[in-house]
Design a protein. Structure first.
Length: 526
């Protein structure tokens, strides 16, 4: 079947010929890809309040529909003004895998002191739009057919929280239109700075939590504030956020990773309203209640035998890896899996769950760095061994991860389109970093593009060589977003038995895999 470009593109990628690569490896290609496009932060990292500490993220999307992914960096230097029009930097990818700065030409200025960014086609015109959050408000940038962006924040009826963090586009009421969630962190008092300790600042718990804002898409280019009607008007100190289907009922759920208080899971009811779940889920805190809350979040797809996803969460210490147990409960596997041993000596922030070596098992990537004390740390890579077990393979991934930084946001994405997953990272003490990934020669991977208007909760079931993988589309993480593309590692299997797409609407589509890997199959959304 072939359909519009907004459909599902499925491509089976054959073995990549690498010189003896038999493990996960990353190469730092920042200097060749970005040259001097992104300014370097000041030599001394000054963290004088919680506002200086959370950093900033990015959105990856093909804004001009030329087939190459571009990068929108929310703040070139976190916590500082940049550019006459505000913050933000739009980096367009060229054919050679390098980038050019088109921010001014495209009019892609975000709000001053930006924090997070997300990209999606909210108005259904086939081009991805941008929303950028920050400490002094939110901006919605509408894409003018790939020619540039227009600030339509006021015209669209948006009024973001005072300090927005990780924005999410998703369909809360199954009407086919992307709604917008703007989580918030704290009600910041800018005068409350260093006093309690000579080398620190008041913790987030010293500030009042702030409620998110939820906007329902009216379908005419405008939104209406439906926060209270959706029952999301709960003050939270939310840094990370995630839209996904945690119980596979076809309705999109929301998870808020909160610092300085319990985190929250809201179960979607399918009509644009949500039901707050209680502590019985086990997702409020790590096992035993240690720690003061979470930072980043990602779905752990291979967690449950019945296809239900788990969660990877980062925090100020050991992190957490939750596996589904008897509904509605989850159990924390951070110690048993080996996660805690790998992460326990530095705070974690952005994180990804992805099959970097395409062997069929979920791997983990976690960006780390000091919080109140801006001490640098290495990012960590944990290889999935199956059965929920992990092995820290950071030292064997190459020289790129031997350097330390005060890391913040990160995400896995196939930036150069070669079929292997790369990593983008931000930090307080260095510019945006691009880590190009490689994978073993014997393994294949399947890439499924669900289109710019695809909604979180869409699920893909892939069977090859008698084994079935279930993966779902999600939105969010830590201050960042990536395109709606699902990657499935197949190991050495070189043919597909079946591919099934389960849409949140309940419709199921069995994809004709004839001709794969020789062709790309386009399937219209349903």
């Amino acid at each position: 079947m072939r359909g519009p470009l907004a459909g599902v593109a499925i491509l089976l990628l054959g073995p990549v010929l690498l010189a003896g690569a038999e493990t996960i490896r990353f190469e730092d290609v920042t200097s060749s890809a970005l040259a001097d496009l992104v300014p370097y932060p000041p030599a001394e990292v000054r963290v004088e309040s919680v506002a200086d500490a959370i950093g900033s993220g990015f959105a990856v999307a093909d804004y001009d529909a030329d087939g190459r992914l571009d990068i929108y960096l929310a703040a070139p230097v976190p916590g500082r003004l940049a550019g006459a029009g505000g913050s933000g930097r739009l980096l367009r990818q060229l054919a050679a895998g390098t980038f050019e700065d088109v921010t001014a030409r495209a009019g892609a200025w975000g709000p001053p002191l930006a924090s997070g960014a997300a990209a999606a086609d909210y108005d259904g015109d086939g081009f991805v739009d941008l929303v950028v959050t920050g400490r002094v408000g939110t901006r919605l940038l509408r894409n003018n057919a790939g020619r540039g962006f227009e600030d339509v924040t006021r015209a669209a009826g948006l009024q973001g929280p005072a300090w927005g963090t990780t924005p999410l586009f998703f369909d809360a009421d199954a009407d086919g239109k992307l709604d917008l969630l703007l989580p918030s962190f704290v009600e910041l008092d800018a005068e409350r700075r260093v006093f309690y300790r000579p080398d620190g600042f008041p913790a987030p718990a010293a500030y009042m939590p702030a409620a998110p804002r939820f906007f329902r898409n009216l379908g005419n280019g405008t939104f209406t504030d439906a926060t209270r009607a959706a029952r999301l008007d709960l003050p939270m100190r939310a840094l990370g956020a995630l839209a996904f289907d945690h119980d596979l009922d076809g309705k999109t759920d929301l998870y808020f990773a909160c610092e300085g208080m319990q985190s929250e899971l809201f179960r979607g009811l399918g009509d644009g309203t949500f039901s707050r779940t209680g502590p019985a889920t086990g997702l409020w805190y790590p096992a035993g209640g240690e720690g003061s809350g979470f930072h980043g979040v990602a779905v752990w797809s291979g967690a449950g035998e019945d296809g239900r996803p788990g969660l990877l969460l980062t925090d100020g210490g050991f992190g957490a890896l939750f596996r589904p147990a008897q509904p509605p409960a989850f159990e924390d596997r951070s110690v048993a899996s080996g996660l805690a041993a790998a992460l326990g000596n530095a705070p974690g922030w952005g994180c990804s769950v992805a099959d970097f070596d395409a062997d069929g098992e979920d791997d983990l990537f976690v960006t780390r760095g000091g919080f109140a004390h801006p001490a640098p740390a290495e990012s960590r890579v944990l290889q999935g061994l199956g059965q929920g077990e992990l092995r820290d393979v950071t030292d064997s991934t190459g020289t790129a991860l031997k350097s330390r930084a005060v890391g913040r946001a990160s995400a896995a994405v196939d930036l150069d389109g070669d079929g292997t997953l790369d990593i983008l990272e931000t930090a307080l003490d260095r510019p945006l970093r691009i880590l190009r990934g490689t994978r073993p020669t014997a393994n294949r991977s399947l890439r499924l593009s669900l289109g710019a208007g695809a909604v979180p909760g869409a699920r893909v079931e892939v069977t090859a060589g008698g084994r079935t993988w279930s993966r779902q589309l999600t939105a969010g993480g830590y201050l960042s977003s990536v395109p709606p593309i699902v990657h499935v590692g197949l190991g050495p299997r070189d043919s597909l038995d079946s591919v099934r797409v389960v849409w949140p609407s309940g419709k199921v589509l069995d994809v004709d895999v004839t001709g794969i890997p020789a062709s790309v199959v386009e399937v219209p959304q349903q």
